[in-house]
Design a protein around this ligand. Structure first.
Ligand SMILES: Cc1ncc(COP(=O)(O)O)c(C=O)c1O
Length: 470
């Protein structure tokens, strides 16, 4: 028998990913020295499990969940689209994946080049003068932006400006960001057609208003057609206009938010630009802004900057994936993405209209919001959503936006094949038929999952992930 060596040299992948040229030296290219993690005595107090047990446990768990690589995930407002594997391939290369922010600057030249190019791409897509990549999620982008709005007003002596207007179609994170930044949120009702009307905003605007936060397209999937007029009104009162750009998947290469009067906005890279969501990877919420807000940006070289909101480079791996996505599609490809996303959502809307109740007849872009009104035998939204799991689909977003009672919000995205969308429509039709003929089947769904219907509050509050062992 041979002895176990104390150190082992493992070969590394080459740093030359396809399409990339390496700038500068790299400290870890050809080989890496690894201390084998061998201990002399058994770890006390820890669960004893073999590698086989552990691998099988996690593999089994992974098959119990649902993911976008398994089927359609029409979670409205979340844009759960396919994450192209080429982006993952590039991002997995050790040259990019193993970089460390404390490496000497010369090793990070290529990383900075990619980030600078991404900044320019986002500027072009939005029309904004500046972009900061630092915020780590959509809500973090909002919070960073509201801090910048506050810094702007403080710098201009606008002490009376304490209120931010937010329509009832906004994402819940908008009022939360507002409150965290020390402003008061005031809700404005949207009109009967589901969009924010100039005349409904006007009575709320006075010199105490610091800004407005408008999700566009809003959480009903409706394009805010009064945005420009509302923005002008706000500017007349020295107030700022925040556009929540989480739904940018409907707009890429089609129009620039800066052109309709937005002063500042966030993107969700993990939605629009196919970087993984949730367990698949960290979020990333870069912001774009007009020139007069630039001094307050978190990475601005200015005394008035709000200061860094994230350490080091930010979510570097997400920037790289986004850069790959933008490079692989180009401007024309990105605008096709948005057009296809809108087409797909409207295809499903048309197919389900007259079957599921549609509370707003207004045309929609990337998603449509139905609800449970008129379902027979007291079947409710939650039952339909759970039953969809049995048909192999992730449920749509439900009970959001809160202004629609029993909302069922469907966003297929551009990456769903036509056949899959047809299968989804057929599943909804079959469930609607069951609501009439076999309502108990719908009300007790799901039937095919490892865990049946759970107490959702208990599941969230008393999450128990401990392996029970033998
Ligand atoms: C309209 C809107 N704004 C903000 C957010 C918050 O983004 P994040 O979940 O990345 O914090 C979301 C998330 O889905 C959203 O849909």
């Amino acid at each position: 028998m041979f002895d176990i060596p104390e150190k082992t040299i493992f070969p590394r992948m080459t740093a030359e990913a396809p399409g990339f040229s390496v700038v500068g030296e790299h400290p870890a290219i050809d080989a890496i020295e690894v201390d084998l993690p061998m201990r002399d005595d058994p770890a006390g107090g820890l669960l004893q499990a073999t590698e086989v047990d552990v691998v099988r446990h996690y593999t089994r768990l992974s098959t119990m969940n649902f993911d976008v690589d398994r089927g359609m995930y029409p979670l409205g407002s979340c844009t759960m689209k396919h994450n192209p594997k080429v982006n993952e391939l590039v991002a997995a290369d050790p040259y990019w994946a193993d970089c460390h922010p404390l490496w000497p600057a010369r090793y990070l030249e290529a990383h900075h080049r990619i980030m600078n190019e991404l900044v320019e791409d986002l500027k072009e897509l939005s029309g904004f003068d500046g972009v900061s990549l630092l915020p780590a999620a959509g809500a973090h982008g909002e919070l960073t932006s509201v801090f910048m709005m506050k810094a702007f007003h403080e710098d201009h002596g606008h002490d009376e400006k304490q209120i931010i207007l937010i329509p009832d179609t906004a994402h819940g994170t908008n009022p939360a960001s507002t409150a965290m930044a020390g402003f008061k949120a005031k809700q404005i009702p949207s009109g009967p057609d589901g969009y924010l009307r100039y005349e409904d905003v006007k009575p709320f605007v006075d010199d105490t208003v610091a800004g407005i936060m408008v999700t566009n397209p809003n959480t009903l999937g409706i394009y805010e057609k009064d945005f420009r007029r509302i923005a002008d009104l706000m500017h007349e009162h020295d107030a700022l206009v925040y556009m929540d750009g989480a739904n940018f998947n409907a707009l890429m290469g089609v129009f620039q938010p800066a052109a309709i009067g937005a002063d500042i906005m966030h993107w969700n890279l993990h939605k629009t630009f196919t970087t993984p969501h949730g367990g698949g990877g960290p979020g990333s919420g870069p912001i774009g802004f007009v020139e007069r807000l630039a001094p307050y940006a978190p990475d601005a070289p200015d005394m008035r900057s709000i200061g860094p909101v994230k350490a080091f480079l930010g979510q570097w791996g997400m920037f790289l994936r986004t850069w790959c996505y933008i490079r692989s599609l180009g401007g024309k490809g990105l605008s096709e993405v948005s057009r296809e996303a809108v087409l797909a959502a409207n295809y499903i809307r048309k197919k389900l209209e007259g079957k599921l109740h549609l509370p707003y007849a207004t045309p929609t872009l990337h998603e449509s919001v139905f609800n449970d009104e008129g379902l027979p035998n007291e079947v409710i939204t939650k039952d339909v959503a759970k039953r969809l799991i049995d048909f192999g689909f992730h449920p749509p977003t439900v009970y959001f936006p809160i202004m629609v009672q029993g909302a069922i919000m469907i966003e297929p995205t551009e990456t769903e094949p036509l056949e899959e969308m047809d299968r989804f429509v057929s599943a909804v039709e079959a469930i609607l038929e069951e609501c009439r003929t076999a309502p108990e089947t719908v009300k007790s769904a799901p039937h095919t999952t490892p865990v049946r219907r759970v107490d959702e509050v208990k599941a969230a509050r008393e999450l128990d992930l401990v392996w029970p062992g033998e």
